[in-house]
Design a protein around this ligand. Structure first.
Ligand SMILES: Nc1ncnc2c1ncn2[C@@H]1O[C@H](COP(=O)(O)OP(=O)(O)OP(=O)(O)O)[C@@H](O)[C@H]1O
Length: 805
């Protein structure tokens, strides 16, 4: 048994003992004790006189009990004072079983209120002994009320108050009552089983006796001359033959009544379960569960920061207040240990069937699921557990079971099982934490709460692009709203701009309010939120052009990235651009390569110039999330998807098919080997509207941020400036660059920059051309590209072939 649990149970027991003492002392109140006690000073507990007094008391709870009873019954609330004693038991039970102290606290308030009420009612009544029940306080309250509102009025008021308090308490304690009901039912079941065991044993004994009797009378009848066997004679002593070819002296052995074996039978008498003590033995062998404390995030008031700022063009801007977000009930972190124990037992039982031995088990209760961490016996292979995922899910009859084998960095495997008390994570609660208030991340986006209840915030600037997939209704749009809102709560309109592409037309509608602050304008397009696929291609190409222009600026300033640029030239600082595409499938269906190419290009190159993509789709199939797109989005979020295949497409592994929907997600950052399960916060469209219209009502910036016209030479051709494989579109340094990467066997842009003295954007363009001509592989995040040509000769051959084309 773990120490923590033992401590809690001890404290619970102590409280129950105090409860017994309290009620017992009052129950044995004797008016005669008062006289004896009056001769004893209150601090006198030792000495002869104290012993004499204690010996003469009628109250078996000694001096302390008698004093307590005297004080409470005679001078306070009469016999009614006994009722609050029940609270000790509730506290004891709560301390031993639960982590939340709220229910017993409410119960104590309720019971004190009811005690005062009952005392007053007894004070009002004329029943015999009513005075003794009401005590001084009850009588006083009754007198006060009947003077103020009359006798009948006082009765009506008291009854109404008692009824009202009981109704309220019933609501508050409905869950506790059902728990108590379950506990009582379980206790009842145990009693019934014990009772059945006993009566079964009695019946069997009777049956044996009857059988023995009938056998001996049969023997006596068959062999009247035979001597009666002595009382102590063994049944196997040589006596008469029986039917069935037994030799004389042979008796069928009398079956011993099995002492420990007990077979529970169904109504039809069939065996339900062979229980030769297995349950008890098993539960003794079972490892104890340790409940891990969830993380308590330090709270902070987000409104207590500098809310008013001035933009670069001297326009005042005020950050939205968190009061625009719904005030919600506190997220209840109460852990129902009995349910937890039930899940643990079921899990261990199933694992036992598959012969998986567990040494230690601990549980972390998250917003939607409980993570059981299992330390396995050394001879159990981890692969065995992984192969059991489906069987376990079926055996436990639960959706949402996910196995993490092993948990990265731990000597344990994880099994996530949904618990019966899903908690909504509210947007307000995840923003009102110190972590978010004092974040130093460039583009902080809140993703939600982890299983250990920690608020998970990541930096979009380092992700650097995010791919989101999930079935319809799984929570993608809510997720995008959460991310955009966290950016609105942390960045001023100077710092960040949004390019919003919404082919579904309804998802990003509220952001129209941001047109004068956060939305870019396009040279050549009227819309600021793009909804038509053709215009989306135009807008994406505009962003590509912007990227190229930014690279030129960076080159001129002699810096490597946007952060350095903004530090070096604060007067010309560039805002970060966040490009959001809410439904890639709609675009890919109509735009195909025309959409894929600018997205890929941006994903490959745009990070350094502060352009970041958030792309969502409800169709995570390979024709939408192509290999090239996938390779360039190292950070991915999977909400619930329909199949394992979809899960593999987005995460390169299963798991997303086992999610529960409603914002339950797996986040795979570029830097971690395995995805993390997170519950996305909930933000309603009303809240998004409130935030955006708060911003929209403020004075807009003097100058909109305008994106340039894209380079469109041939409308029908794929748009890939500089990335073409045609001879005329190749950079003059192409051949030299090809030789360089093959010689060094290293496809890195910085190598070209250094050795060929090229600017970043030109070097990146040449690298794309090398890829398009099959000399290097696709970009793999920040790693150098793979060089596909082994040696100089092979390269010469390839270059000759290219020239012949
Ligand atoms: N984080 C969350 N917490 C609680 N409920 C959520 C959460 N996210 C989504 N939901 C519920 O699921 C519903 C659908 O969510 P949402 O519109 O984001 O789905 P979607 O994946 O964008 O669907 P579609 O692809 O059809 O647009 C919401 O209206 C809400 O009731």
């Amino acid at each position: 048994m773990n120490k923590e649990k033992l401590k809690k149970e001890f404290a619970g027991l102590l409280l129950a003992v105090i409860g017994f003492f309290y009620i017992g002392s009052l129950l044995f109140f004797s008016p005669g004790d008062a006289e004896l006690l009056s001769s004893l000073k209150w601090y006198e507990v030792f000495g002869r006189h104290a012993t004499d007094v204690a010996g003469g008391l009628n109250n078996p709870f000694g001096i302390l009990g008698a004093r307590l009873a005297d004080l409470l019954i005679r001078d306070f609330l009469g016999y009614i004072s006994m009722i609050p004693g029940l609270a000790f038991f509730y506290w004891g039970w709560s301390v031993a079983r639960l982590t939340s102290i709220k229910p017993p606290l409410f119960f104590t308030i309720y019971i004190v209120f009811m005690t005062l009420g009952f005392a007053t009612m007894f004070g009002l009544s004329t029943l015999p002994n009513a005075d003794l029940m009401a005590g001084v306080v009850g009588r006083m309250l009754a007198a006060l009320l009947s003077t103020l509102i009359g006798y009948t009025g006082a009765w009506i008021l008291m009854l109404a108050l008692a009824l009202g308090a009981t109704v309220v308490a019933g609501r508050i304690f409905s869950e506790q009552l059902s728990l108590l009901g379950r506990a009582l039912a379980a206790f009842g079941d145990t009693l019934a089983v014990q009772f059945r065991k006993m009566s079964e044993a009695r019946r069997e004994k009777k049956q044996q006796k009857a059988e023995q009797k009938s056998r001996s009378s049969k023997r006596a009848a068959d062999h009247p001359s035979a001597e009666q066997p002595s009382k102590n004679a063994s049944p196997a002593s040589p006596v008469m033959p029986l039917d069935g070819g037994m030799t004389p002296g042979e008796f069928p052995p009398v079956p011993e009544a099995p002492e420990s074996a007990y077979v529970e039978t169904g109504d039809d008498g069939s065996a339900l379960d062979a229980l030769p003590g297995t349950d008890e033995e098993d539960s003794e062998d079972e490892p104890e569960i340790t409940i891990r404390e969830s993380v308590h995030e330090k709270e902070a008031d987000l409104d207590k920061r500098r809310l008013k700022v001035r933009t670069r063009d001297r326009v005042p801007y005020r950050f939205p207040s968190v009061d625009l977000l719904q005030r919600t009930r506190e997220e209840d972190e109460y852990v129902d240990e009995s349910l937890l124990e039930e899940s643990k037992n079921r899990l261990l039982e199933k694992l036992r069937i598959y012969k998986v031995e567990v040494l230690r088990i601990s549980a972390t209760v998250g917003p939607r699921v409980t993570l059981f961490e299992l330390e396995l016996a050394p001879d159990v292979k981890v692969s065995k557990i992984t192969s059991l995922e489906n069987d376990l899910a079926m055996a436990m009859a639960a959706r949402g079971i996910r196995i993490i084998a092993p948990i990265p960095g731990k000597n344990a495997v994880g099994v996530e099982i949904p618990h019966g008390r899903p908690r909504t994570v509210w947007m307000r609660s995840v923003l009102q934490v110190e972590k978010f208030k004092s974040t130093r991340l460039t583009l902080p986006v809140v993703l939600g709460r982890t299983i250990s209840n920690e608020v998970y915030i990541d930096d979009l600037a380092t992700m650097p692009h995010l791919l989101i997939a999930g079935a319809t209704g799984a929570g993608k749009s809510v997720g995008i709203n959460v991310m955009l809102s966290s950016l609105l709560y942390s960045c001023s309109p100077d710092k960040i701009k949004f390019v919003l592409i919404d082919p579904k037309r309804v998802e990003l509608f509220h952001y129209h309010n941001l047109r004068n602050h956060f939305l870019v304008t396009f040279d050549g397009l009227d819309e600021q939120i793009i909804t038509e696929p053709a215009k989306a291609v135009y807008a994406l190409r505009s962003v590509v052009k912007e990227m190229e222009l930014r690279y030129e600026k960076l080159e001129q300033a002699g810096v490597r990235n946007i952060a350095d640029f903004n530090r070096k030239l604060p007067g010309e600082s560039l805002p970060y651009l966040v490009v959001v595409i809410d439904e890639l499938a709609d675009l890919m269906m109509t735009g195909g390569k025309d959409v894929e190419e600018p997205i890929t290009r941006l994903a490959q190159l745009a990070r350094a110039v502060g352009i970041h993509l958030i792309v969502a789709t409800q169709r995570p199939s390979v024709d939408i999330i192509t290999g090239v797109i996938k390779a360039n989005f190292p950070a991915r979020i999977a909400f619930q998807v329909a199949s394992k295949v979809d899960s593999r497409t987005i995460l390169d592994g299963s798991g997303a098919d086992q999610l529960l929907g409603n914002g339950d997600m797996l986040y795979q950052p570029a830097t971690q080997p395995k995805p993390e399960r997170i519950q996305c916060p909930y933000i309603s469209s009303g809240e998004v509207e409130a935030i955006t219209s708060f911003i929209g009502r403020q004075d807009g910036l003097k100058e909109p941020y305008r994106l340039p016209k894209p380079d469109i030479k041939d409308k029908n051709s794929s748009f890939s400036p500089g990335a073409g494989s045609g001879r005329e579109s190749r950079d003059p340094m192409f051949v030299e660059a090809a030789h360089l990467v093959v010689m060094h066997q290293q496809g890195s842009v910085s190598l070209l920059q250094r050795r060929l003295k090229l600017g970043f954007s030109r070097a990146a363009r040449v690298m794309d051309q090398l890829e398009a001509n099959g000399i290097v592989g696709p970009a793999e995040g920040s790693k150098p590209r793979e060089v596909l040509i082994d040696n100089r000769d092979a390269l010469e051959l390839l270059l000759n072939n290219l020239d012949d084309e």
